[in-house]
Design a protein around this ligand. Sequence first.
Ligand SMILES: Cc1cc2nc3c(=O)[nH]c(=O)nc-3n(C[C@H](O)[C@H](O)[C@H](O)COP(=O)(O)O)c2cc1C
Length: 214
Amino acid sequence: MTVKEALAARRSMRAFKNQPVEREKLRAILEASLKTPSWANSQPWQIVVAEGAALERVRAGYAKCYADGVPASPEVARPDKWPEACKERQRGLYPAMLRDCGDAAGQFGALNQRMFDAPCVIFLCMDTMLGHWSLYDLGAFSQSVMLAAVEEGLDTIPAITLVNYPEVLRRELKIPENTKIAIGIAIGYVDEDNAINNFRSDRTPLDDITVFCS
Ligand SMILES: Cc1cc2nc3c(=O)[nH]c(=O)nc-3n(C[C@H](O)[C@H](O)[C@H](O)COP(=O)(O)O)c2cc1C
């Protein structure tokens, strides 16, 4: 598989089978991702892999938060402003999901709340003293993980909803206070029977977003 083939094959999946991910595959994905570049080779990423009983405790903790109406409080805050071009693309997301998935699109919220029923979630964290550039490095690390997963026959989704309740993650996964929980990547074997996974997101054409200056 070439890098371009992996880039083309990767897409976010929102429903996974109840099938554990082999530890050696997880290790191979994370080992490969260690090659991700970072500011002055600072390698700011700290990785917490949740699976099995630990992930079930997190899922139960999240379910209670949702049931109690606890507001989500991810530690990297959701943006409150977007430029119009981004807003327009965001507005296109749900109609495109309806187009590809039909009624299954209606499970979007519930599957997000259930952490996509994934057997494993990789949480990317960093020291709380770090800033935007380290977050950039974590973003690059995320893509490395998601591409390496494709090669291992696994699917992924990066999701802010996976980090909605940091206090639950801290409690169940023993994440210290000086560690910011940036993003979660759910990983597993895709549930091909769930039509929500039929979704193919659109892209703005290259020439609309690129200027070649020579
Ligand atoms: C930082 C980030 C946060 C995201 N959060 C969510 C989320 O909370 N729930 C969700 O269903 N998808 C989430 N996504 C997935 C995006 O919706 C998805 O990447 C985008 O629509 C493009 O689709 P693709 O990944 O299939 O190419 C997130 C993606 C990123 C990069």
